[in-house]
Design a protein around this ligand. Sequence first.
Ligand code: FES
Length: 224
Amino acid sequence: MTAPYPLSPKELAQFRWQLNELQEWAESQAHRPSAKVGLLADCVGNPDVGRTYLVPSVFAIWNGDKKWWPVMGRQHSDSRFFGFEAQHYHVDMRFLPRLKIQCTALFECDETDPQKAFRKGVMLLSASPLQVNSELNQVGLHTPVPRRAKCQSAVVDMAAYRDFSAKAQAEMAATLPPAKRGDDGHFICPHQGFSLKQISPDEQGQLVCPLHGLKICAKSGALS
Ligand code: FES
């Protein structure tokens, strides 16, 4: 466990113990694959809207609720490009109700147009991932376990987030190496190693990473 903020050795030992307990409990709550519900990890391309998958999930406090949240990729910090030090996961917004995303924009910035609220909500929630800090999830975040969740949208619309973080996007595209394919033949985002297996190319032939919006050419792996 990486301490998210200065902790005394006693606090650190206590948090480690609590995190181990939490991990054990989370694993006891994992859902098993069945004939009807398979792992999202086995899906190739965008998931099907309306279908239920076993999605990596973390039990934690986020966006005002303590519950299971579907997450994408590994736990990380983004100090290099985004100046964001806290350890965090990105919530997989493909498995959040559209209304929840829209309500975030409604409450945060009074956006009432449904389409604009959805885009703005994705931006706000991407910029405020599920994290460890001095007030939230202090003991740390457990490793995700598979839980049933219904797909609400096939893609995470990162357009507003890319606009919001244009400088970081340009820096990532200019300094990171092109994406390489993993052992399964699918591209891996060179930023935080996220597998793009469950992402279909957009109309421009690009894979848009749903964590921070990096665009990757689906043929060559070039970044933009
Ligand atoms: S993991 Fe950050 S853009 Fe892909």
